[in-house]
Design a protein around this ligand. Structure first.
Ligand SMILES: Cc1cc2nc3c(=O)[nH]c(=O)nc-3n(C[C@H](O)[C@H](O)[C@H](O)COP(=O)(O)OP(=O)(O)OC[C@H]3O[C@@H](n4cnc5c(N)ncnc54)[C@H](O)[C@@H]3O)c2cc1C
Length: 300
């Protein structure tokens, strides 16, 4: 750990600065070694000051939202992990537009738009995480994807803030191309006015469907692999005979074959070994290549 960098972070950043913070505390898989530093900037100026320091010192960074789609290796992260947990402003801009900070939890965002009688992002109710993480992943469910409702993205890169229109973005299924080092700070969404009763009914139906289909019971990161064109990943894993497959504390869920679970005491290495086995066996038995949806980061 770099003691000078710690001193500089404490001097220049108003928000929280933690040292050697276990990433297992910040990911839903509950694995991952320490981040050298874990910083929670107080506001946009603070984030800009932090980014300027990171550029000056050539320090790598990683943004974490809710950590629901993140596997951090056991060696942790050499550099600064940034949480935008204080970027939680949500405001209605006009009849149909809403702006939400990157740190807003999806469930709070959905509550807000329901209260405003705005429709179009109800599916977010079932996706754990934050607006920033959702935008970075182009999160989606029930036929909707968050970037389809985006009007404008507010980003910061090397300390410089700018906005990008949705039609300027390169995005697709669980994918958004961000420039290296770019951080999403907020999104402006274009929604439709609707009946709160009907919006609420759709949210309730989505939630009920989730409770039925995803009684997983152990820490997980949702669907681990992207669905290849035409075939759900769970079916490939299942037909390769891997439902229930276990390495150390990491296991293919018996309930949903595209969910990998932490049965207790799993390491990131257990998950990585299981991921490799799944990819190898699925390729051998079905000829299909699986690609991770979960982002894998950090040191071995
Ligand atoms: C039970 C369960 C069910 C799930 N169901 C779904 C589903 O139906 N549909 C779906 O799409 N996903 C689903 N997921 C996966 C996950 O919830 C989504 O990917 C979610 O959008 C992740 O948000 P997060 O804030 O946790 O992001 P994180 O996991 O913290 O981060 C994900 C990626 O985004 C990057 N990132 C995060 N914030 C920012 C930012 N502000 N700027 C730049 N980059 C950023 C991170 O560096 C990382 O690469 C599920 C997960 C679980 C555990």
């Amino acid at each position: 750990m770099n003691v000078d960098l710690y001193a500089a972070l404490r001097a220049r950043v108003k928000g929280e600065v933690l040292r050697d913070e276990p990433m297992a505390r910040h990911t839903s898989l509950k694995v991952g070694g320490p981040a050298d530093f874990f910083v929670v900037p107080a506001d946009l100026d603070d984030l800009a000051a932090l980014m300027a320091l990171l550029v000056e010192t050539g320090t790598p960074h990683l943004v974490v939202g809710g950590g629901y789609n993140l596997l951090v290796r056991d060696g942790g992260f050499r550099g600064v992990v940034i949480s935008l947990a204080h970027f939680v402003a949500v405001e209605r801009l006009d009849a149909r537009r809403v702006r939400a900070g990157a740190g807003v939890k999806n469930r709070d965002f959905v509550q807000f738009i329901l209260g405003e009688g705005l429709a179009g992002l109800e599916f977010l109710c079932c996706i754990p995480g934050t607006v920033g993480g959702g935008l970075a992943m182009n999160a989606g469910a029930h036929g909707g994807e968050i970037l389809d409702r985006l009007e404008e993205l507010a980003v910061i890169r090397n300390g410089e803030a700018r906005t990008v229109r949705q039609d300027e973005l390169d995005y697709g299924y669980r994918f958004l191309r961000l420039a290296p080092g770019e951080i999403i700070v907020a999104g402006t969404f274009s929604l439709e006015q609707g009946s709160p009763v009907e919006i609420g009914a759709r949210i309730d139906a989505f939630r009920a469907h989730r409770v039925e289909s995803q009684k997983i019971g152990y820490p997980n990161a949702g669907s681990f692999f992207k669905n290849p064109e035409g075939t759900p990943a769970w079916r490939l894993i299942d037909s390769a005979g891997l439902r229930g497959e276990r390495i150390g504390g990491a296991q293919v869920s018996e309930v949903h074959a595209n969910f990998l679970i932490n049965r207790g005491g799993a390491t990131a290495a257990d998950f990585l070994a299981l991921v490799k086995r799944i990819k190898d066996v699925v390729r051998l038995k079905t000829g299909m290549a699986l690609e991770e949806e979960v982002r894998i980061v950090g040191e071995r």
